[in-house]
Design a protein around this ligand. Structure first.
Ligand code: ZN
Length: 127
């Protein structure tokens, strides 16, 4: 099993998606978890639930965002990457809850690092 990524890595992945480079973020993630990179495109898969922003197609190994703007949404990309990752674990695609928790752990790491750098330019406590 591959180790859990550290917060610096998680923050970098989120920042890369926010920087409109979701393909690059998927490359980072795929290298870390040592899996094949998923494809990424905009489209609609038959039978997908209403209201979802993206779906993961296991047969195509592809993340399909319903709209282009969702490609730049870290939660959406990370949620779908989790389903991709689970394919390689040889099990089922994982629960929606776990996909959300996976995404949230990356976003939290990013939020923490963002607030840390803000503090860095201001007053700084010793020790
Ligand atoms: Zn899902």
């Amino acid at each position: 099993m591959v180790s859990e990524p550290d917060d610096r890595f998680k923050a970098l992945v989120v920042a890369t998606i926010l920087d409109s480079q979701p393909e690059k973020a998927l490359t980072l993630l795929s290298k870390h978890f040592r899996v094949e990179e998923p494809k990424l495109s905009v489209g609609v898969v038959k039978g997908h639930s209403k209201g979802v922003r993206a779906v993961y197609s296991a047969s195509r190994k592809e993340i399909l965002a319903v709209r282009r703007e969702y490609l730049y949404d870290p939660h959406t990309i990370l949620h779908e990457f989790y389903h991709h990752l689970r394919q390689f674990a040889g099990k089922h695609r994982g629960t929606e809850k776990h996909a959300d928790l996976f995404a949230i752990s990356f976003i939290n790491a990013y939020n923490h690092s963002a607030s840390r750098s803000e503090l860095g330019s201001g007053e700084r406590a010793e020790g």
